[in-house]
Design a protein around this ligand. Structure first.
Ligand SMILES: [Zn+2]
Ligand SMILES: [Zn+2]
Ligand SMILES: [Zn+2]
Length: 367
């Protein structure tokens, strides 16, 4: 299932849509069908029966357009709190050359330091409540943190929050920047999903083990039952009626076993739900480092941030998928910042292409 599809499905479900269960066929086609509450349909400017298909081929929906539309779904009632430092300190001067040397891993280009100076950056901490359901339910909260000024993902949000929390106070002048939030929310959600999935992997392992154990138990119970019936059939060799009755019993027992195993698979199947929670917006002092990023004949000036709280250079997010881009790759034409997947070879013609420049490869294939 394409990334955007999974993301869209989670987002729609978190807003009360009934999403059709994925089948091999819809997964193959990259399709998603859902029934939306009227208010949600209104927000998305779609009908209440939503049918989406992304990827190559005629009639596919436009990914970029749907990313924008889905981005509006940041819950209206989400609590957005603006905070500021009691005293906006200054970020200490740094050896920018050494910071870049340690923290900036460009795989296919070079950089030149221009200058570094004091700056204030807008950070957003997005919280997501998640529920991982299997035979047991586990609940938790995941925080994603974005630096909106630099366009970077904070690697360990809880560390940053922990470092500044005691110095924060509510900002009385704070006005909710709706547009920026709508733009950042999908990026935060996209970032949170794989992390939550990673947490779910441990639970999935335990469930798989329990499922195997229980299935074996059920299997052995029915094996015994069937072998007893077999013996009775053998004993009734002379009595056709009695043997036929035992055969019917064997068939019913088989059906029963199938149903029990199906129940078991259902009980242990993994369901992950992600719901958006509160957002904390806070301004923090950083060192801004201006660099020229150079790829072949193209170049661009970037502004990277070093935050004193974790004491680390933040990596810009991938401009193709908005996930982490470390190591960082650059595209030939517009020097986009990319992760490895977003500059990968096309699945059809084998030529690498920039997923930020083009939604599809020149050969027409998306993927
Ligand atoms: Zn990417
Ligand atoms: Zn291609
Ligand atoms: Zn590009």
């Amino acid at each position: 299932m394409p990334e955007i599809m999974e993301w869209a499905r989670d987002l729609l479900m978190s807003r009360g849509a009934l999403v059709e269960t994925e089948t091999a066929e819809t997964a193959q086609a990259g399709a998603l069908r859902a029934m939306l509450p009227a208010e949600l349909a209104g927000a998305l400017e779609s009908s209440e029966w939503l049918s989406l298909r992304f990827g190559a081929g005629a009639g596919a929906d436009d990914e970029g357009e749907w990313l924008d539309r889905l981005g509006r779904l940041l819950p209206r009632d989400a609590r957005v709190v603006g905070a500021r430092l009691r005293r906006l300190g200054i970020a200490p001067a740094i050896d920018a050359e050494a910071v870049l040397d340690r923290g900036l891993a460009i795989q296919n280009g070079i950089y030149r330091l221009i200058e570094s100076y004091q700056e204030t950056a807008r950070y957003y901490f997005f919280t997501f409540r998640y529920t991982i359901e299997s035979d047991e339910t586990s609940l938790g909260i995941w925080t994603a943190c974005l630096n909106a000024t630099a366009g970077s993902l904070v690697h360990q949000p809880e560390r940053l929050l922990h470092a500044v929390r005691d110095d924060l106070e509510e900002d009385p002048q704070f006005a909710i920047p709706r547009e920026e939030l709508a733009r950042l929310f999908p990026i935060a959600l996209r970032g949170a999903r794989p992390q939550i999935r990673r947490l779910a992997a441990g639970i999935e392992q335990i469930s798989t083990r329990r499922l195997a154990r229980d299935a074996e138990r059920i299997d052995s119970y029915y094996r015994d039952l069937l072998s007893q019936i077999e013996k009775r059939i053998a004993r009734h060799r002379g009595d056709a009626d009695a043997a036929a009755k035992e055969r019917r019993r064997a068939a019913a027992t088989e059906l029963d076993r199938g149903a029990k195993l199906e129940d078991l698979a259902r009980k242990y199947s993994l369901k992950i739900r992600v719901e958006p929670g509160d957002v904390l917006a806070v301004q923090l002092p950083v060192r801004e480092i201006r660099v020229r990023m150079i790829r072949k004949k193209a170049e661009r000036v970037a502004r990277l941030h070093w935050n004193p709280a974790p004491g680390a250079l933040e990596s810009p997010w991938c401009e193709g998928c908005f996930g982490p881009a470390h190591p960082l790759l650059l595209c030939d034409e517009r020097v986009h910042f990319l992760c490895k997947q977003c500059l990968a070879a096309c699945g059809s013609c084998g030529k690498p292409y920039c997923r930020a420049c083009q939604a599809k490869c020149r050969c027409g294939y998306a993927g």
